[in-house]
Write a protein that binds this ligand. Sequence first.
Ligand code: ADP
Length: 161
Amino acid sequence: MRKVIYPGSFDPVTFGHIDIIKRARDLFDAVVVTVAVNPTKSPLFTVEERVHFIKESIKDFTNIQVDSFDGLVVDHAKSVGASGIIRGLRAISDFEFEFQMALMNRKLANDIATIFLMPHEKYTYLNSSIVRNLASLKGDISDFVPPIVQNALKKKFEGNN
Ligand code: ADP
């Protein structure tokens, strides 16, 4: 059984993340989407909210679990029995950071592979921070995030301006 984890901040989950989840699901037997607690970032949504948004957005998919963790990705991968880490690559700008992370993770755990997947071209410019900014300025985010996230962002920024 080939299990992989897909870690990230998912603050909030976008159609780009969901595209990668589908691609991973088509390649592996099981996918664990893991919301990482990153102490260097101050997220807009709590870990519980981020997990809930992902679960709701993929509730019709099979063989996918959603969880969260606070610690090293490779440790979490081992604890759930995953043999690989999925990361999405949008553009060359992602490459250097992802390359460093993948090599560091290999150094920490030689038996855990990092697998990069590319989303559909229409999501290559999409990231959570652009969506947060757009929502804060009351822009239309319906092409970028699932309905549950659209509503949560609208609520978050209600009354701004
Ligand atoms: P992180 O803070 O770990 O970068 P993100 O939630 O921003 O977390 O992203 C998690 C993973 O999903 C990363 O590998 C990132 O490159 C990938 N990703 C984010 N947005 C997209 C997108 N639009 N298309 C493909 N991959 C994406």
